[in-house]
Design a protein around this ligand. Sequence first.
Ligand SMILES: N[C@@H](CCC(=O)N[C@@H](CS)C(=O)NCC(=O)O)C(=O)O
Length: 203
Amino acid sequence: MKLAYSPTSPYVRKVVVLLHETQQLDGVELVTRTTTPLDADAALLHNNPLGKVPALERSDGPALYDSRVICAYLDDRAQAGFYGKESRHWEIRTLEATADGILDAALLMVYEGRMRPEDKQMDAWVEGQWDKIARACDALNTRWMSHLQGPIDMGQIAVGCALAYLDFRLGSRGWREGNDALAAWQGAFDSRPSMTATRPPSG
Ligand SMILES: N[C@@H](CCC(=O)N[C@@H](CS)C(=O)NCC(=O)O)C(=O)O
C-alpha cells in the first residue's frame, strides 16, 4: 500500500501513529505529496479528487481517503480493536470527530494566514475558528478525561495529534490554560514512541 503523506499534516500523523501502534508500518510506503487548496498535487488527484492528504492506495481495491476512513480500514485490517465495540465504539467515533473538528478549525486558521492576502483576512472569522477549538478543549478537559485515561484507542490518537498540532502551529494561543487535566494527559501521550517517531519537522 502507498500512503500519500506529508510530514506536517496532522491528519496524516493520525494514520502513521496508528500504523506504529498496530505494527503495520512495514506494509505501507510513505509517498510525500505537497498540496494546498490553491495548488493541488496533480499526482494525488487520481487517488483523492479532493486533492488532500492522506490518501491510501491499495492493490486490492480503490484508494481510500479521509483519515477517518483510512484509520478505520487499517484498524479492521489488523483486527486491532482501536475503535472499540458497542457503546465505546460510538464514544471513540465522537472523540475522533471532536479531535478532527479541532484540526479542521486550526487548519482553516493556518490557511487564512498563509493563503489569503492580508487585506482580505477576517479577524472575526479567525476568532470564530479559535472559539470552536477552545470549546472543544474545554469539553475534552471536563467530560472526556476518564475515557482518555483508558486503554489506547483511535479517539486518543486523534486527540493526541490534534493537541500536538495546536502546539506546532498555534502555540501562542495557549490551549492548556484552564485545561490542566487535558494538558497532563497530553504530556504523557506525547511521549509514546509512536508520537516521538512522528514529530513534524520544525518550521
Ligand atoms: N478530512 C480530511 C482532511 C485532510 C486535509 O485537510 N489535509 C490537508 C493537509 S493537513 C490537505 O491536504 N490540504 C489540502 C487542501 O485542503 O486542498 C482528513 O481527515 O483526511
